[in-house]
Design a protein around this ligand. Structure first.
Ligand SMILES: Cc1ncc(COP(=O)(O)O)c(C=O)c1O
Length: 457
């Protein structure tokens, strides 16, 4: 090895050690402080970024290198570098480091994150390396909660099962550990759940299911988009990989579509190289993400980071509003049933209390999303539901959630239309179901709008 290469390697190791140190320092702070500062500090600003208070937007596609040795070592991932924006980008990396710290907050383990072009691509990036061909484990299957976001249902049932022959074994009652246990065998690659699920607001006992997965040497993947790390951090409870559609409540303004996957170090898996198991998110960044290409724009990363700084305050206000709205709907005779983990009537209220608390406080917080069924003459109808929905004035009729504006959608004809009636039946999604995502308005105004629309039935 040339003296120059040795020097690059030495500098690279120093840069890695410096980064680890910044992670350690930042990781000791409280949740809000991490959300505001991440790992960006004054020293870095003064040395590298023209003393800029805010993280700069590097709208550049590629890095230039001092010499061929530095380039060769960077492209071999032997020294840190961002190379090309499909591999990494310094602005995107500020967002990744912040998310890693927030998802790993109080988990007692190291975490790494990768952000991708959408929540769906984060899910795809998370499952792809666990589904590789392996002669010792042919005919893979996966075990997943049936009540999940329609796009994920479609990805699993169409792209994985129909197109690639990967069997998907659906769990109807995610709280029933024996159902999960009965569906796992020696070909199962991973377990997958949503906490809480969209739109049914179904939950499961994360630590029980994580223990079950680990007993079989496989990872538990959890999509926690509808909770966010300000309420539930699945890694703290034993999950191995967490997915977020970051453009939902983590950013709320939704100016950019972004997803994230965050992993703990040393995940269990029956397949894959040791390098993949030791740092899953970084492995995916180096290989899967680079090859499939779901990169994000650096401006979007910094706009999202700016939103993320106020996550805890927003989720607290949204949860309070959602609770008030849920109580109002629960007392209204045009509403058949309300699904919200904060209601005492909620079927698994005790489990919700165990996992859903506002970070850095003891207060329960049940999130921004709730669902309810409108009273219909016959099951399967949506006559009253559509009348109510079409009468909303302030609440937006939009297939979206986690926004600063309150939004309602009818999952059967929107987010869960594509999966078809049979699959909707399996997931208990009726045409009379309304999903509501509470925003930051005063809840009295939202309740007034819901009330006038219910009166139109
Ligand atoms: C729970 C959940 N996961 C994943 C996704 C997909 O995220 P994206 O729309 O960013 O691809 C959504 C979208 O609504 C969602 O609700």
């Amino acid at each position: 090895m040339t003296g120059k290469k040795e020097k690059w390697l030495k500098d690279g190791h120093e840069a890695d050690a410096n980064l680890n140190n910044r992670r350690l320092v930042a990781g000791k702070r409280k949740f809000d402080t991490i959300a505001v500062h991440g790992i960006y500090n004054m020293e870095e600003a003064l040395k590298q970024n023209n003393a800029s208070l805010m993280e700069p937007v590097y709208m550049s596609p590629a890095q230039t290198f001092t010499d061929s040795d530095e380039k060769e070592l960077s492209l071999a991932y032997e020294i840190p570098g961002w190379i090309y924006s499909r591999f990494g980008n310094p602005s995107v990396y500020y967002l990744e480091e912040t998310i890693a710290l927030l998802e790993g907050y109080q988990a007692g383990c190291e975490t790494s994150s990768l952000v991708t072009g959408s929540g769906m691509s984060a899910i795809f990036m998370a499952v792809e390396p666990l589904l590789i061909k392996d002669k010792s484990f042919p005919y893979p299957n996966i075990v997943a909660q049936a009540k999940i976001y329609g796009g994920t249902f479609h990805l699993f049932s169409e792209r994985l099962m129909q197109d690639r022959g990967i069997e998907v074994r659906w769990i109807k009652d995610a709280m029933d550990i024996s159902e999960w246990e009965s569906k796992i065998d020696d070909k199962t690659r991973f377990l997958y759940g949503e906490f809480p699920s969209n739109p049914a607001v179904q939950i499961f006992d994360i630590s029980e299911i994580a223990d079950l997965a680990h007993k079989h040497g496989i990872p538990l993947l959890v999509d926690a988009t509808c909770a966010s790390p300000a309420i539930t951090r699945p890694i703290q409870h034993g999950a191995d990989i967490v997915i977020q559609s970051v453009s939902k409540v983590m950013s709320s303004s939704g100016t950019t579509i972004i997803g994230s996957l965050t992993s703990r170090k040393d995940i269990p898996s029956r397949v894959g190289e040791d390098e993949m198991k030791s740092d899953f998110a970084k492995y995916v960044q180096h290989i899967t993400y680079r090859d499939f290409g779901p990169a994000i724009h650096p401006l979007g990363a910094i706009m999202t980071l700016n939103d993320l700084r106020s996550l805890r305050g927003r989720i607290s206000q949204m949860s309070d509003s959602a609770m008030k709205i849920a109580c109002f709907l629960n007392d209204n005779d045009k509403v058949e049933k309300v699904y919200y983990p904060g209601l005492i009537e909620y079927i698994h209220y005790e489990t919700a209390l165990k996992y859903m608390r506002l970070v850095d406080s003891d207060e329960p917080a049940f999130g921004y999303m709730l669902a309810f069924d409108i009273v219909e003459k016959n099951r399967g109808e949506s006559i009253n539901t559509r009348k109510f929905y079409d009468s909303l004035n302030l609440v937006w009729r939009t297939a979206d959630l986690g926004r600063v504006k309150t939004i309602a959608t009818l999952p059967a004809i929107s987010t869960h239309q594509q999966q078809g009636e049979e699959a909707r039946d399996m997931a208990d999604i009726l045409p009379s179901c309304v999903r509501l995502s509470a925003g930051l308005e005063h809840p009295d105004d939202i309740i007034e709008d819901l009330e006038q629309a219910l009166k139109k039935i």
